[in-house]
Design a protein around this ligand. Sequence first.
Ligand SMILES: Nc1nc2c(ncn2[C@@H]2O[C@H](COP(=O)(O)OP(=O)(O)OP(=O)(O)O)[C@@H](O)[C@H]2O)c(=O)[nH]1
Ligand SMILES: [Mg+2]
Length: 336
Amino acid sequence: MASKQQYFDLSNYKEEILKGNTSFLSRAITLGESTLDAHRQHIQELLLELMPHTGTSIRVGVSGIPGAGKSTLIESLGTYLIEKFHLKVAVLAIDPTSELNHGSILGDKTRMELLSRSDQAFIRPSPSQSNLGGVTRNTREAVYLCEAAGYDVILIETVGVGQSETAVQSMVDFFMMLQIVGGGDDLQAIKRGIYEHIDLLVVHKADQDQINQARKEAANFKKMFSLFPPKESQWIPQAMSCSSLDKTGIDQLWETLLEYKKQTQSSGYFQKKRTDQKIAWYQELQQEQLNRFLRTHPKLKIGMDQIQAEMIVKNHSPLEASKQLEQLLTALFSKT
Ligand SMILES: Nc1nc2c(ncn2[C@@H]2O[C@H](COP(=O)(O)OP(=O)(O)OP(=O)(O)O)[C@@H](O)[C@H]2O)c(=O)[nH]1
Ligand SMILES: [Mg+2]
């Protein structure tokens, strides 16, 4: 007899993920990506059980325009951390356009060939949903699942355009942005308000005949950042040049990240940021619960369908219909 229990055994998943079993980790992430209510409930139960084993990693956002070298940098940094410090590294991607742009996923796999072969690394490409809200939620959950599976560093790759970048900022401790050497218009960058949102700017591809130019650009950014008023974190964004091909600047990049962690942990900002993110997560869950509740409330569903039908038959305006919905909601929920 095939039962739901066989399909999803909570204790089995919990135990295997805590042991670092990547096949269960992958399956749990896939389950979370489902839009079925039952799957969503399973994943939330599992996360609830795993919560005491989370929160220990450092979560890092890696952003930049397409082709800036994000995946290559993640490969270099990831292998460096595994080889030098024996850390476990997870890579997640948040890219709501990836369904349209298959090159990105293929790119990730080939750019991270070394890392993908290491059993200390776990790489998960972007979920195949085009809806940013869904991708954000899934990535957030994947972060916690990876932490429960023992990953020390979680690197989240995102294309540096608009909303997905903002979404990643809402789930990481440290946010870095890659800029290609020679491709940066300093003023343009300031206009986009990058100073407010980044902790580190990397002038990437600082190799071959671009080394000096990259150093010059990084120094300019650094000088510029030091002139801005202090941020809430009291951290002055850093800038450095780096080459993932030559593997230069990777150690310095990691040291900067550790310095940020040390400084913001002692000031209390690190914890405050995580608390803000906890609130943001709760608010997303609140919305999900409410939507599920409203969608499945029988009287409300019938009432809403009726109002819509009447709007057409009686030629009501949508505003009148909305007013009726308000009355219906009051009648159904005000006394309880
Ligand atoms: N010269 C040089 N080229 C690099 C470096 N890092 C990456 N590249 C090249 O830049 C191109 C893009 O690299 P990716 O790592 O795929 O860039 P990405 O930012 O992840 O790209 P998307 O995921 O498509 O947004 C590839 O051809 C890489 O070989 C570097 O440090 N130096
Ligand atoms: Mg990439």
